[in-house]
Design a protein around this ligand. Sequence first.
Ligand SMILES: [Zn+2]
Length: 359
Amino acid sequence: MLLIAVILPLSCSHPKTPNSATRSPSVVTRNALQFSQESISATTPELSWNKSAKTTDFRNWQKNARTKFLEVLNYEAHVMTDFRVEVLQTVQFKDFVRQEISYQLEPGFKTTAFVYRPKDVSKTQGAILLWHGHSHGGKKAVAGIPPFVQEKDQHRAAAHQLAQANYFVVAPDMRTFGDSGVYLQHVIASGSALMTGRSIVATYIADSVRTFDLIVRHYGFRANQVGVAGLSLGAQVAMFHAAMDERVAAVVVQGFLSSYRGRFLTSQHDICQYVPGLIRWFDKADIGLMIAPRAALYVSGEKDQMFPVSEAISEFENIFRGYSLSNSQTSALLERHNGAHSWQHKAALQWFNKHLEKP
Ligand SMILES: [Zn+2]
């Protein structure tokens, strides 16, 4: 009897087939990515100026924010070495010369750049460090070299146009772009950097700082004669460089201003744009505020799908508030255009003409 008493319950215990009526649709139908993004978007950056806005000490916030920014980037400046500049090629144009050079960014590593200089040195308006966007052409894309011709490519031959306006321009190949590797190797390089606790963004900024040094120390410009600019990925480099390097007197950021908590989180971006932990502390407006009161122009296209103009406006409103606190409202501007994700030459030229000291 005892044996039967034990067996019976077991033989009767068939697993029940899940019945849809017993499932909770509110749990099982939730999209995991959407849930994750909404959770992050609901947070406020811990060091956001908006959160700290009760204090009137903007400069103090800025100092602390910059320190945290470098900490989050895990920023390491490259060891200073001889630039070891070599001229690889010289091409003559009517009013300027374009040289292709190689120069050392850190011990054992060189990249190449186009350097434009007016033939009549007395006409030089200033110097511009120009970063290309996410293009396999690298420096060739901003130079307008086929197939990256001005009429078709989003860079609109930016370097060439600035050279025509008598600017001394240095347009390097970002690491793994152009002649600095094979396109898409930067995905591997970016992943490798993350495994070391850094991101390739920090390396790009260190490269930008080093190239700024090249313009000052090798080519002899004073820092307040040198502007930094870029489109898209290049704009990220320019903006982040200006945020942490007070030597940058004027920056032009095109096709990049938006919110990390907005479109960035809801769309696919390449791994080379991510910085571990960054949005825990800041959104983009806070990085823009680190540049105040220095001159910063943001350019945004009405048809830019990746960096929507609506987000550029809301981020810029926060940036402008900080510039107002520094009594430097005329040093920050958001310029909108009717186009898509593309370089706007006239806006950049007017900004640098106004804000860079003439040699
Ligand atoms: Zn990438």
